[in-house]
Ligand binder design. Structure first.
Ligand code: URA
Length: 434
């Protein structure tokens, strides 16, 4: 087989065989196929697209390019959850202890974020001492003993995807449906869960801005998961404004704790219940959404989800007293209000701009080596549809640098539209696929 022929075949719009895709993935992972040929193939795929069979073959080849995690020593149906990412998305922080308190074993591999805030791991590091540097044995032992463990993605998890994603990032070939779906699903399949619940976001703060694109991605990933023999469900949810009120690492941890104490924002709780219901049903802990929601609300009401978070934090070396005293979380030196210039309804908040405000305050990574400031971020006071009077705060900026705080405040203001009439309401949960 020759890489030249594979590129030409795809360039001419023909379907690649499983063997050809495997040849490419294996050769590229080993460094035998150069970046320029891999780039040419990615561009050919970008324009010619991939069939369902090709997408599955690419996913499986990437999932098999490193070591697959063997979770068979964990008792029960392991259900993984993945979000395509958004602004203020702290769902894993609240949802994993809720699911674990309902009896779902949560064995999760997470990444650090490159973007407006950190990833789940960065956020969890707001608990002093918390570590995700677990061996596979510790990881499995913790899931069996505590019900949850989260570890960093190992270098050997789908290494072909790691290399290809980096290449796509610099060759304008990220936004192809088959390539995105196979990239996400290869990591999920290699991470070993029996069932996968996907949260596919849509709106101005999401990767997929248009709902029809989010739906197509959700359908593609569900097909891959099912073809690979895993129960897979995707929830399509709104990301046209930040989720909840808090954006920023420690601020989001606090909001997740508030939610587990029964004082969380309505939209965030709604999403946790929708995703959690799918996790409980997939894991055989509830027959339908109604029963699942009751159980999930029950573990918030009786405090067991909050205790589960504390147990999990302690099991991974973190100071669990912070769960009960969130005022001990990292705090920024200054808190400034962003005041509404006039009265009216907040009709739109450009969501990814709010993410950019958090990034410029130091809450996210511009490059993979940037150091995150866990304490900074934005806490919204008004969301789309809310009325505000001139001079009242639209949001509070939490900052450690006055100049950056001022710039972030101006940017936040520019991201908000205030109108004389109330906007039409939007639905948080758009659909469930699968
Ligand atoms: N996230 C991934 O992991 N891969 C993609 O291709 C896009 C988003």
């Amino acid at each position: 087989m020759r890489m030249y022929d594979i590129i030409m075949k795809k360039r001419n719009g023909q379907e690649l065989s499983r063997e050809e895709i495997q040849f490419f993935v294996e050769g590229y992972t080993r460094g035998e196929i150069p970046d320029y040929q891999a780039s040419a193939l990615m561009m050919a795929i970008y324009f010619r697209k991939m069939t369902e069979q090709e997408t599955l073959a690419l996913t499986m080849a990437m999932a098999d390019s490193g070591e697959r995690l063997n979770l068979s020593a964990i008792h029960g149906v392991k259900v993984d959850k993945h979000s395509t990412g958004g602004v203020g998305d702290k769902t894993s922080l609240a949802l994993t202890p809720m699911a674990a308190a309902c009896g779902i074993p949560v064995a999760k591999m997470s990444g650090r974020g490159l973007g407006h805030t950190g990833g789940t791991i960065d956020k969890l590091e707001s608990f002093p001492g918390f570590t995700t540097a677990l061996t596979t044995e510790q990881f499995i032992e913790n899931v069996n003993r505590v019900g949850i463990a989260i570890m960093g993605q190992t270098a050997d998890l789908a290494p072909a995807d790691k290399k290809l994603y980096a290449l796509r990032d610099v060759t304008a070939t990220v936004d192809n449906l088959s390539l995105i779906a196979s990239s996400i699903m290869s990591k999920k399949l290699a991470a070993g869960a029996d069932a996968i619940v996907l949260d596919v976001k849509t709106g101005s703060g999401a990767f997929m801005k248009q709902e029809q694109d989010a739906r197509a991605l959700a359908e593609e990933m569900v097909k891959i998961g099912r073809n690979a023999g895993r129960k897979t469900i995707a929830v399509i949810s709104d990301m046209d404004q930040p989720l909840g009120y808090a954006v920023g690492n420690a601020l989001e941890v606090r909001e997740a704790i508030d939610t587990l104490q029964g004082r969380g924002p309505a939209d965030f709780l709604e999403l946790c219940l929708a995703l959690g219901s799918q996790m409980l049903i997939a894991g055989g802990k509830a027959a339908d959404c109604r029963e699942a929601e009751e159980k999930l609300k029950g573990v918030i009401a009786d405090g067991s989800a909050l205790r589960k978070l504390a147990e999990f934090v302690a099991a991974q070396g973190g100071d669990s007293s912070v769960v009960y005293q969130p005022e001990l979380l990292p705090k920024a030196a200054f808190v400034y209000p962003v005041e509404a210039p006039r009265s009216g309804y907040v009709s739109h908040i450009v969501c990814d701009e709010v993410g950019m405000c958090s990034l410029m305050l130091g809450g996210g990574r511009e490059t993979k080596d940037s150091v995150i400031d866990l304490s900074v971020g934005i806490v919204l006071c008004r969301k789309a549809g809310d009325y505000v009077r001139a001079g009242e705060p639209l949001a509070y900026i939490h900052a450690n640098d006055e100049k950056r705080a001022k710039e972030a405040g101006e940017r936040y203001l520019a991201a908000c539209t205030i109108s004389p009439t109330a906007p039409a309401g939007t639905q948080l949960i758009k659909d469930v696929v699968g």
